[in-house]
Design a protein around this ligand. Sequence first.
Ligand code: ADP
Length: 253
Amino acid sequence: MLDNVKHIILILSGKGGVGKSTVSTQLSLALREKGYKVGLLDVDLCGPSVPYLLQLEGKDVHQAEEGWIPVYTDEEQNLAVMSIGFLLNNRNSAVVWRGPKKTSMVKQFLTDVCWGSLDYLIIDTPPGTSDEHITVMENLKNVKCDGAIIVTTPQQVSIEDVRKEITFCKKTGIPIIGIIENMSGFVCPHCSDCTNIFSKGGGESLAEMTNIPLLGTLPIDPKVGQLLGKSCVREFPDSPLSKEFNNIVNKIV
Ligand code: ADP
């Protein structure tokens, strides 16, 4: 039930492992920190990592008369989360489904979850452009969707994959809000110097080439691994990672 959801943002990536779920969860938490009511829908059916990243594993989704009640991260109910991970027996259970079953699950996620009033619904999608994406796009046709944010890393292969995501968005008519380049350099915790471990400026040149805004470049930060269930902008407000997240949030709200 998306009737009272003001903004919907899809998070896409061409490849797995580029930090899409990290961006989805930290962006949701950063929006919550700003005082917005946020929902996070994880439609990565085969690799749902949102429950783990938010330390909500083992929590139950309740089936009420009006639909599924999502899991909340906080007592104030400012961040609601829905993921197939809550419906599986354990973290290592795998979803081995053919297309139609996946399609109907994603459709149910979009129509049967009682999100209530939300300022932002962030949708974390699987890597690539699969059944889940097509279903999301089709079901959002009649709902106002702000658009997609594409997450990439600076390497050439990842950038090439982003081009495919851009083509997909154009074909399905979803506007692209911008690109986030993740793992863009390593900021030394001792001297604060930034070392570009991978080639530099991939996101920037892609943004220029495609005329799509570069929303931010997130550095590699070893603290990311400690962020389970925690917001980086709250825990480490002065870190370069948090500063970039704050900039990104300011650009999209
Ligand atoms: P995806 O959703 O694209 O598969 P994840 O968000 O699961 O990627 O991230 C993959 C791994 O990279 C995780 O172990 C995550 O903690 C780590 N990671 C992601 N972004 C960063 C970053 N900016 N700095 C350090 N580690 C990161």
